[in-house]
Structures are given as C-alpha cells and as structure tokens.
Ligand binder design. Sequence first.
Ligand code: GLU
Length: 297
Amino acid sequence: MSAGAGRYAPTPSSDLHLGNLRTAVVAYLAARHDGLAFKMRLEDLDDRSRPDFAERQLADLAALGLVWDGPVMVQSQRRQAYDAAVDRLTGAGLTYECFCSRRDILEAPRAPHQPPGVYPGTCRRLSAAERARRRRVKAPAIRLRAGVGEFAVCDWRAGRGPQPVDDFILRRADGVSAYNLAVVVDDAAQSVSQVTRGDDLLSSSGRQSYVGSLLGLPPVSYVHLPLVMGRSGRRLSKRDSALAGAALFDRLGGAVGVLGAIGRSIGWDGGASAGASLDELLEWFDWDRLRIGVWTP
Ligand code: GLU
C-alpha cells in the first residue's frame, strides 16, 4: 500500500441517504483501487450532530462492507489540534478578529464582483483600540487574512481550476473550530491524499487547499460527486427518509440491493435489478469506467 489515504467524513446529523452512501462507496472503491488506505471521520462539530446518528451511520457503512483503517477520528475530540493550527496562522500574522453578525455581513457594502456569502472584509482593518473596545462587548470569531481571491485545485470531474478564497472563519465566536479549518487539519492528520465527497463542497475546496498550503500541509486531490437527485429534482436531503437508513435497506432488499443500485448509478453493468457485493464493484472499478451523472433513483 502506498502512502496516502482516501476517506469518508460524514456529519452525524441525520441517517445517510442514498447519495451519501454512493459517495462513501466511491470513496472506498477509489482508495482501494489506487492502493491507498481508507479512513473514517465523524464531523460532529455541527450543532445538529447526535451520537445515535453517528452509530447508525457507521453501522450502515459497515453493512455495505466498508472497512476502514485505524480508529474513527471524531472532530469534537480534536480541539487542541485546531487551536494549534489557528495559533500558527495567528503567529504568522494571517488571522484577525471579527465581530460581525450574519446580518452585518449581509448588509455590508461590497464590490460588484463579490457574491453574497463572501466576507467583505469589514473587520480586517480595525485598530487595536477598536478591537479592544468591541471585545468587551462580544467574543470575536477568528478569520483568515487571505492573500488571494482564488486558489487552484485539482478535481477528477471538474479538472484543474481556481475556486474562490475569502477571509473565511477559522474559529467561531463560541471557540469551536470552523469546518473549513478542521477538515484540513484532520485530512493531514489522517494522511489523506484523496478527498471524495459531495460536489456541494467543490466551491469550498479552494479555501481549504489554500489554508492547507499556508500551514505547509501536502496538497490533496479531489473527487467531487453529484449528490443523487430526489424525485422532485432536488438533491436528496434529510427529508427523503424513504431513501435513507433502515427504510432504504428494506426497500432495496438489503446491502446487496443498495450496492446494486449504487453500482448501476456509477456505470457498473450488472443487469437492471441485480444486487452487487462490494468485492464485485471493486473488481469492476476503474477510473475510466466510472460514469457519474445526476441520478434520480
Ligand atoms: N462532513 C461533510 C458532510 O457530511 C463532508 C465534508 C468533507 O467530506 O470534506 O457533508
């Protein structure tokens, strides 16, 4: 096995739906095919995370036959590592305190090319006296002082191209690390070199790769996959309970049925209703064979 790893990193705020399971299976097949280790991580910094969801997510992944290397990393236990990374960036003059509320950000004047959601830099130039005054009223979040507006990443589907970077939050005002920092620190700690996940995160990959480069961490390559669409043409979401958890396994005839459906949606030609095993899919898998489009189950 070469150095490096693939990984799957669910947020335990719901059961895994068919789109999540497909992403997990492709992450596993890709890692094993490329001779990489496969790591698991629970991204439970989100306030909606619950231990029972975490348990069920891991059980569903194991039921599909996924086996991960080493212990499951749990983000809520990693605060020291995140704080150390923020301290390093602060030591290098690459952070600043931000006192803005969500509303301040939405209402702030912005340059015409700046999309909403990109931080307009309001607190970047506060004087030390102004920061001290505001700190007495409100705990600050910590933002990255970004030196670029975009950063090139390499994605298997999208190719190599720039993704936006702004002064994103590294640590929230309540002291909890932001996802964009935690994911980078953790991928490095788990020796991850191949990041497979939903394509809703492609637009975050520039921010993450950029902060990784500032921390001197090795670059990763990305495989961003479309999340399966529901009947209404929407992405599957927590509301699609018939396509998640135990209801999904029941409906598709257990793990082989779920794997057969996932296989067909990525180009495996196993017959219209055949079930599949993970070993069968692994034997079939090759990057040239992978055909992933939007999928309406
Ligand atoms: N935890 C994120 C999610 O469940 C995925 C983050 C990642 O893979 O980088 O959507």
